[in-house]
Design a protein around this ligand. Structure first.
Ligand code: DAH
Length: 345
C-alpha cells in the first residue's frame, strides 16, 4: 500500500495545478504553471524522489499513480493552451479588422520611353515581313563604319556625318549601317535583317542630338528590285502612321546604295494640307534607302552577280516627334518624369 499521505499530497497538488491552469490568463502564465508542476525541477520530479523510500511492491504502484497524474495534467494543459490560443487569435482578428475603404498604396508603374516604343513598333511591323533583329558595337572600326560601306577616307560623304573619333581607327558609329557589314560577314544570304541602335554625331540643337537612334533594314536575296523596297517602306509607314498616308521616293545619293532614294511620308498631322510639323510642305522626310551597292558586296566577299539587296535607314527620334507631336528633341534625353509620364498608357 502506498502511504496515504503521499497519495493525498499527489492528488491535492494535481488539483491545485489544474486550478492554476484554469486561472492562467495567458500563454506565459500557463507555461510557468507547467514548469512548476511537470518541469525538470517541478513538483512531479520532486515527488518521484520519494519513491526511493518505498518498498519494492509499492514502487510500481506509486509510479502508476504519478503517470496518471502526469497524463491528466498534460491533457488539461493542452486543452487550456488551445483555449488561450483560439482566444488570442479571435482577439487579433477582432482588433485587426481590414478597412477596405482605405485608399490603397500607390504603386508607381514604369513606362516605356517613347523612343523605345517607336523602335518596338517598327520592329513588330517588319517582323510580320520576316525581319529579325541584329546588333553591333557602338564603337566601330573605321572600316565597318565607312570603308566597307564604300566611304573611303577622302570621300566627301564623310563630311555628311560629323564623326566622334575615339582614335585614328575607331569611331562612335555615326549610323546603324555598319551593322549591315557585320551581318553580311557573319550570315549567309538570303536574309532580312533589322538593326536598331544608338548612333553618335558631333551635332546639337533643337532638332539634333549628339546621341540619337536609328534603325536599319537590310534584305539580301537573288533578285531584289526598287519595287520591293518601295512596297516594304510603304507598308511600314502606313502601319505606323495609318493607311491614309502617302509615301514618295526622291532620287538621292548614299555611297552604300545604288541607286539611292530618300523617302518621305505625307504629313500625318495635317494630312498633306500643310502645317508647322511639315513646314507647310505636306511632306515629311523620313530616311534613306536604295539597292545595295555592288561595292558593298565586294567588300564582304559576296558575289554581286549572285546577290542583290535593298537597304534603308532612318532616325527613330524623328518618327517619335511625328507620332507624338514633340517639338524639341532634347526632351527625349532629359528624363524629366513629367515628360515621360505622358507616354504611360
Ligand atoms: N546611314 C544613313 C544615314 O545615317 C541612312 C541610310 C541611307 C541607311 C540609305 C541606309 C540606306 O541603309 O540605304 O544617314
Amino acid at each position: 500500500m502506498i502511504p496515504a499521505q503521499l497519495l493525498t499530497n499527489l492528488n491535492d497538488k494535481l488539483a491545485a495545478a489544474l486550478a492554476q491552469l484554469k486561472a492562467s490568463s495567458d500563454l506565459q502564465k500557463l507555461y510557468d504553471a507547467k514548469v512548476a508542476f511537470a518541469g525538470k525541477q517541478g513538483f512531479l520530479s520532486e515527488i518521484m524522489r520519494e519513491m526511493a523510500k518505498l518498498s519494492k511492491e509499492e514502487k510500481p504502484l506509486f509510479g502508476k499513480e504519478v503517470n496518471r497524474v502526469k497524463d491528466e495534467f498534460e491533457k488539461a494543459y493542452t486543452a487550456r493552451e488551445d483555449e488561450l490560443k483560439s482566444a488570442a487569435l479571435l482577439d487579433k482578428v477582432n482588433k485587426e479588422r481590414i478597412d477596405v475603404s482605405l485608399p490603397g498604396a500607390h504603386l508607381q508603374a514604369g513606362a516605356k520611353h517613347p523612343i523605345a516604343m517607336v523602335m518596338d513598333d517598327v520592329i513588330a511591323i517588319l517582323a510580320r515581313l520576316g525581319y529579325t533583329v541584329r546588333t553591333g558595337p557602338q564603337i566601330e572600326k573605321d572600316w565597318y563604319n565607312f570603308e566597307a560601306l564604300n566611304i573611303p577616307p577622302d570621300h566627301p560623304a564623310r563630311d555628311m556625318q560629323d564623326t566622334f573619333y575615339i582614335d585614328a581607327d575607331h569611331v562612335l558609329r555615326t549610323h546603324t549601317s555598319p551593322i549591315q557589314i557585320h551581318t553580311l560577314l557573319s550570315e549567309k544570304p538570303p536574309f532580312r535583317a533589322l538593326a536598331p541602335g544608338s548612333v553618335y554625331r558631333c551635332d546639337s540643337d533643337v532638332s539634333h542630338s549628339p546621341n540619337f537612334h536609328q534603325i536599319e533594314g537590310l534584305l539580301v536575296d537573288r533578285q531584289v528590285s526598287m519595287a520591293d523596297l518601295k512596297g516594304t517602306i510603304t507598308f511600314l509607314l502606313r502601319e505606323l502612321f495609318g493607311s491614309a498616308v502617302n509615301v514618295r521616293f526622291r532620287p538621292s545619293f548614299f555611297p552604300f546604295t545604288e541607286p539611292s532614294a530618300e523617302f518621305d511620308c505625307s504629313c500625318p498631322v495635317c494630312v498633306g494640307k500643310g502645317c508647322r510639323l511639315c513646314k507647310q510642305s505636306g511632306w515629311i522626310e523620313i530616311g534613306g534607302s536604295g539597292l545595295v551597292n555592288p561595292r558593298v558586296f565586294e567588300a564582304v566577299k559576296l558575289d554581286p552577280k549572285q546577290w542583290q539587296g535593298f537597304a534603308f535607314g532612318f532616325g527613330i527620334e524623328r518618327m517619335a516627334i511625328i507620332k507624338y507631336g514633340i517639338d524639341d528633341i532634347r526632351l527625349f534625353y532629359e528624363n524629366d518624369q513629367r515628360f515621360l509620364r505622358q507616354f504611360n498608357v
